[in-house]
Design a binder for this molecule. Structure first.
Ligand code: PEP
Ligand code: MN
Length: 354
């Protein structure tokens, strides 16, 4: 539930509401939005919820107390109706612009990273990606250059001005990765690594959280909730394909998850057609599809010589292919950015339960 304060509420009123929430054994979490100051009440609400609502509603300066009918609270649209915008260096994710995160699956050496970074920047990419610590299915596969790669990524940021995103696999890597990278990625395999989510909640860097391949949308949002409630509101969600009975592609890209996530949550949503499909030729159509269904951006793997890549060779675009994809995506985004899906239904917002 959350408490909405009246415009006329005093500082003392706000303090009294927060103290009461704490006295109930719960935690207050403030959000100043279009509807004024809202204070979420988070924690395990004890029996006697209706009485608690009455107690809070009776306090001075309180306009209303609204239950949140979802297990995720701080990440929900109900509590936070406006879109969240994540800002990092000169980039903004979720503000209506097209975010394009691109770069190699793995940072293999400095030259290939710089060559890719220059091409990504020249084509209009907004964020540079590159794996340093790689979660590989096989222990015999290339595991990434680790800290050496982090140093190259930081150099590539100096060179291009693009913020960098890279994966962090363990809680004890969070500080070192945050020292070099601008956005920390939590990969699909770690979406429910709760100690990593908690550590990500305590770092002063945005987090890109990828959907686990067996995770529902609600589980993804609950994982994001861990990060936000631990203190980090700057979370970007990423749909990167889920595992289904289909075997002709690496995963099944769940495009419907994009508008569903936007409906349920205020957090920005990125699609990753590279890992979703595992096939180079499927990346452009699915990137376009992601933008068409309203994603705030795409993540695409790009390599100067994909066939020789040390990881994910079949799905990486070469530099020319990436530039042509950008030339196609930008006008699609321009054309579709202001489409109001509800308007197609005659302004009907749709079934409130869905
Ligand atoms: C990646 O983006 O480098 C990656 C490993 O993706 P995922 O966690 O989605 O498999
Ligand atoms: Mn990859």
């Amino acid at each position: 539930m959350f408490v909405t304060m009246r415009g006329s509420a005093t500082e003392a009123d706000v303090l009294a509401v927060k103290s009461r929430i704490l006295a109930e054994g719960l935690t207050p979490y403030e959000h100043e939005g279009g509807n004024g100051l809202a204070i979420a009440v988070v924690g395990e609400i004890p029996p006697g919820r209706a009485e608690l609502i009455d107690r809070l509603a009776g306090l001075s300066g309180v306009a209303s107390v609204t239950p949140i009918n979802r297990p995720f609270k701080l990440t929900s649209r109900e509590f936070h109706p406006e879109d969240s915008v994540v800002r990092v260096l000169d980039a903004a994710i979720g503000d209506g612009s097209l975010t394009v995160m691109a770069g190699p699956c793995s940072v293999e050496n400095r030259d290939m990273l710089f060559e890719t970074a220059d091409a990504v920047a020249a084509a209009g990419g907004t964020i540079l990606r590159g794996g340093a610590f790689k979660p590989r299915t096989s222990p015999y596969s290339f595991q990434g250059l680790g800290i050496e790669a982090l140093r190259y990524l930081a150099e590539a940021r100096e060179r291009t001005g693009l913020p960098v995103v890279t994966e962090v696999m363990e809680p004890n890597q969070v500080d070192i990765v945050a020292e070099y990278a601008d956005i920390l990625q939590i990969g699909a395999r770690n979406m429910q690594n709760y100690s990593l989510l908690n550590a990500a909640g305590r770092v002063a860097r945005p987090i890109m959280l990828k959907r686990g391949f067996g995770a529902t949308i609600e589980e993804l949002l609950m994982a994001a909730e861990y990060i936000v409630v631990a203190g980090n509101p700057n979370v970007i969600l990423c749909e990167r394909g889920i595992r289904t009975f289909e075997t002709s592609m690496r995963n099944t890209m769940d495009l419907a998850a994009v508008p569903m996530l936007h409906r349920l949550s205020h957090l920005p949503v990125i699609v990753d057609p590279s890992h979703a499909t595992g096939k180079r030729w499927l990346v452009p159509p699915l990137a376009m599809g992601g933008v068409a269904v309203g994603a705030d951006g795409v993540m695409v793997e790009v390599h100067p010589n994909p066939d020789a890549a040390l990881s994910d060779a079949e799905q990486q675009l070469d530099l020319g292919q990436f530039a042509r994809l950008m030339a196609t995506l930008i006008p699609i985004h321009e054309q579709l950015r202001n489409v109001d899906h509800a308007e197609v239904l005659g302004g009907h917002p749709g079934d409130v339960h869905g």
